[in-house]
Design a binder for this molecule. Structure first.
Ligand code: ZN
Length: 326
């Protein structure tokens, strides 16, 4: 629960989830570690403030820093890649594996920082992210759709998976029958598990959310027939087909909300109110009868981010609409 005693959840096939303790919250943001035959890879690393926790986790698992061969960032949103520059300084043998559209933002993070500052504000940036550290270009490796990398005795395959972001890949680990999905297969906090199973919903973070592409990427991951999917928020889910059906339903609902508010400058309060109503309905069906405070505490931040992402998408639909007068 801190750098001294990191929370490590072990799974089969040398896979571990480590709680990055992002934004001081427990079990919200995971880094995964894949260990095979003396080699290790991190998948997503949280923010700068997560890095001492991840290094302590290596120690606890009896791994040296030199054994880490790859730092994989599924995409360059800062709860996944904000600490990449820092951890690359701490892991001398590692290569940063990044989507071709994300690489330049890891090498020069100034635009990434500014983009995030516009969404979150200066104070939150200082509090939750700190200064982003550039990664030397020669230590980065861009992976394209279908590329593979060896790790110990297994092979990691990379899939280009837009929908949440255009700079997003997922990793298929055929030895484990698993996929590391970043935010492509939505968000599912373990605190919302009930006897009905996990609660899952799509992450529509601005500014590249695209429901159609998100449907396709979810289908692509399902076609791999994975035994488990490891989400960054938060870790292992199984019963993939059921959860995919929920994601598809929600993506349609998000798009319907976006279309309902389609305008040059969409009414974000209206979108948030519609989105919140969707969550209330879905949570009730899931067996979570939350009052307003509990709902806002559990999911308020996600609802706000999804509102912004839907609003950006909605404005793009307005501009593309044949009925739009220009
Ligand atoms: Zn993201």
């Amino acid at each position: 629960m801190s750098a001294e005693s990191p929370t490590i959840i072990p799974f089969d096939h040398g896979i571990y989830a480590i709680d990055t303790e992002f934004a001081g919250t427990q079990m919200m943001d995971a880094s995964h570690l894949i260990v095979d035959n003396g080699e290790a890879a991190f998948v997503d690393v949280g923010s700068n403030f997560s890095i001492p926790v991840l290094l302590a986790a290596l120690d606890k698992l009896g791994l040296t820093r030199n054994q880490v061969r790859y730092v994989c960032v599924t995409h360059v949103h800062l709860d996944h890649a904000g600490g990449a520059g820092q951890i690359m300084q701490d892991l001398p043998a590692a290569t940063l594996v990044v989507h071709p559209r994300g690489a330049r933002h890891m090498i020069d993070p100034s635009a990434l920082y500014e983009g995030a500052r516009q969404v979150y504000g200066t104070e939150t940036m200082k509090q939750h992210y700190g200064d982003l550290i550039p990664v030397p270009a020669e230590r980065t490796l861009e992976v394209h759709d279908g590329d593979t990398l060896p790790l110990g005795k297994r092979t990691l395959s990379f899939l280009d998976t837009p929908g949440h972001a255009l700079h997003h890949y997922c990793i298929h680990d055929s030895k484990a029958g698993a996929v590391f999905s970043g935010d492509t297969f939505g968000i599912s906090y373990r605190s919302l598990d009930t006897d009905k199973g996990p609660f899952i919903f799509p992450a529509a973070t601005p500014v590249q959310f695209d429901p159609e592409k998100a449907h396709e990427s979810v289908n692509r991951l399902c076609a791999l027939n994975p035994r488990a999917i490891y989400l960054t928020h938060f870790s292992e889910i199984t019963a993939i087909d059921d959860l995919a059906a929920q994601l598809h339903g929600d993506l349609d609902a998000y798009a319907a909300i976006g279309r309902r508010h389609m305008a040059e400058k969409p009414d974000t309060r209206g979108i948030r109110s519609d989105l919140k109503a969707l969550f209330v309905r879905r949570l009730a069906a899931h067996g979570c009868d939350f009052d307003d405070d509990t709902l806002e505490q559990a999911l308020g931040m996600d609802i706000t981010l999804n509102t912004q992402g839907i609003a950006v998408w909605s404005a793009k639909q307005f501009k593309a609409s044949p009925t739009t007068k220009v």
